[in-house]
Design a protein. Structure first.
Length: 314
């Protein structure tokens, strides 16, 4: 398919194309569409759907150029990222969102999936069995398969080992594996053992203990921090500030199951208290009605909640 887009002016064309046509190259590489600048005209050539997506990106950048008079690299990246996410933003016949073949089963889960499509940083807080980890992994795999990101980074605090992990046998992967089993379980279900193993071997899926992430920048990555209620305030800040360009992050946890030493505030609870007004971050809270495990799990959660309420009242 071939299409031509006529821009309004030479100034708009210069802003849109960027220095040495850098912006054009970014859009071309993202959607694999040939883009030939010709004065105030952009000539597109490629398959119909990618060409349509490039047209949408260019329309967004024309709006930016009209408002600001300039188009920055970050504007191009945001436009590309926003358009790519639409590729996996589809719902089932019942209106529930689907991600990596996994269908949201409750209203809370549906809100969670839609938040992961829309926001670069999502916090999901809820009890056991609500699908916090499973849906995050499903969203990460979908983003990887749709070329929205180039890798998946999985992290989890190893509270029981004091984040040192040194006394456990084996290499880094062997030391941290016991703490990452829920993430592995979700990956196996969604990708299969063979593909999961291959991606891990090629570092497309990366296993990184939270303690080892300091000083890094995660570009082109979908990062998941699981069991975040067991992070300290400094660990949480450290993880959140690893987010790089073209990256997204999901933080999951259950604030009723904090294993930190007595008197140490959970980094997840602290983040909830101070980041609510940060643009681009979204907080999703799941409850007992969102539990999709065995029927007994919801009854167990309800019983513990009732017991804790009684203890507080007494």
């Amino acid at each position: 398919m071939k299409e031509s887009i006529l821009l309004e002016s030479e100034d708009e064309a210069i802003a849109l194309r960027g220095s040495r046509d850098r912006h054009v190259a970014m859009i071309r590489d993202a959607f694999r569409v040939e883009i030939i600048p010709d004065g105030t005209t952009l000539r597109l050539s490629g398959e119909a759907e990618p060409v349509a997506r490039v047209r949408n990106v260019i329309a967004r950048l024309c709006e930016v150029a009209g408002q600001k008079g300039v188009v920055r690299v970050v504007d191009v990246e945001e436009a590309i990222s926003g358009e790519r996410r639409l590729e996996v933003s589809h719902d089932g016949k019942d209106g529930m969102p689907i991600v990596s073949g996994v269908v949201a089963r409750t209203g809370g889960q549906a809100a969670y999936v839609r938040a992961m499509r829309k926001f670069d940083l999502v916090f999901c807080i809820g009890p056991a069995g609500t699908g916090k980890t499973y849906l995050a992994v499903a969203a990460a795999v979908a983003a990887l398969k749709e070329n929205q990101v180039r890798r998946i980074v999985l992290a989890r605090p190893a509270v029981e080992a004091g984040e040192k992990l040194g006394y456990l046998p084996g290499d880094m992967h062997a030391k941290v594996n016991p703490y990452l089993m829920p993430l592995y379980d979700a990956l196996r279900d969604i990708m299969g053992v063979e593909q999961m193993t291959r991606y891990i071997e090629h570092n497309i899926i990366e296993i990184s203990p939270l303690a080892y992430m300091r000083g890094r920048t995660l570009n082109d990555a979908f990062a998941i921090l699981d069991e975040a209620q067991n992070c300290t305030k400094m660990q949480m800040k450290m993880f959140l500030t690893r987010l790089g360009m073209r990256s997204r992050s999901v933080v999951t946890g259950d604030i009723s199951q904090v294993d930190l030493p007595s008197g140490e505030m959970s980094g997840l609870m602290h983040a909830c208290s101070i980041l609510g007004g940060v643009r681009g971050a979204k907080f999703i809270r799941l409850g007992p009605k969102d539990i999709v495990r065995h029927r007994l799990v919801q009854d167990i959660v309800d019983a513990y909640d009732a017991h804790e309420r009684g203890e507080r009242e007494s």
